[in-house]
Design a protein around this ligand. Structure first.
Ligand code: PAF
Length: 279
């Protein structure tokens, strides 16, 4: 694996790959890699391309009360995992490379998509995500880019960006990878204490139970959401939302609609966990 710290070095290497007729598949990350990321790398490799990954903890997508400083930085271990996964190029810029001066041109995602659910509780988050991903896309110029569905709303925001800005990039989803007890893998799981880690799979169990109820014909989404929030709260969580939405655009569905996804975010102690399940 070649590691590139500068835009110039990465561009020169990828120009050579393209000249050799290779397709480029790109997996952007903020590091602290786990099986969820590695599954995306494998999916990219199956795509038959030269694989580029990036590690950059993007300050622009963290709010003032978010955990930017605390975000785990595990560069050496991440590099070892990327080498093992068969990644060809790693782009690991510092802030000076990506933001040499304050970013004034920014991407404003769809007003609804960037303010609902995650957007309500993390104002400005998707504007930061979309801005850095568009910059990375312009630097890497991939044929395909892969994003995990664990961050469902992020996947929709970035798919909409690619579609509406006519980028010639195929956006591919990766399924959420879970521990055997159902907890979705996340860089933030490392913040959980032992007792919180034991409690954490409740979120997935709750989403699974909700899905069963919907499949069994219970379409009173408001009541289902309220019950699920109460259930989490009664076990010491501070839920922010449990929401049944349309998969395509995250709007609230009518009682008859199919193609649904249940999304949830809740604090367990100081750690904010999110998860989702398609119905
Ligand atoms: O999902 C992430 O890790 C980040 O939001 C991303 C897409 C790498 C942008 O910083």
């Amino acid at each position: 694996m070649q590691t590139h710290l500068t835009i110039a070095s990465l561009r020169a290497a990828l120009d050579a790959e393209r000249d050799a007729g290779k397709r480029i598949a790109f997996v952007p990350t903020m590091g602290n890699l786990h099986e969820g990321h590695i599954t995306l790398m494998h999916r990219a490799i199956n795509h038959g391309a030269s694989i580029v990954s990036s590690i950059f903890v993007n300050r622009l997508q963290f709010g003032p009360t978010d955990d930017f400083e605390r975000y785990p930085r595990t560069f050496e271990a991440d590099c070892a995992k990327l080498v093992e996964a068969g990644v060809h190029h790693l782009f690991a810029p510092d802030e000076q490379q990506l933001y040499p001066s304050p970013q004034k041109f920014v991407v404003e995602p769809d007003p609804f998509l960037q303010t609902t659910l995650e957007g309500e509780f993390r104002p400005g988050h998707f504007h930061g995500v979309a801005t850095v991903v568009l910059k990375l896309f312009n630097i890497v110029q991939p044929h395909a880019a892969l994003f995990g569905k664990k961050d469902y709303q992020q996947f929709l925001v970035l798919s909409a960006m690619v579609r509406e800005l006519n980028l010639r990039i195929e956006v591919l989803p990766g399924d959420t990878v879970r521990d055997p007890d159902g907890l979705a893998l996340s860089s933030r799981n490392g913040y959980l204490s032992d007792s919180e880690r034991a409690e954490a799979p409740r979120l997935y169990r709750l989403l699974s139970a909700l899905r069963e109820q919907i499949l069994a014909g219970n379409r009173d989404f408001d009541a289902l959401q309220a019950e699920a929030m109460a259930e989490l709260a009664s076990h010491g969580w501070a839920p922010q939302y449990v929401a049944v939405r349309r998969r395509s655009d995250l709007q609230s569905p009518s009682a008859q609609e199919g193609g649904l996804v249940i999304l949830a975010a809740a604090f367990l102690g100081k750690t904010r966990l999110i998860d989702n399940l398609e119905v």
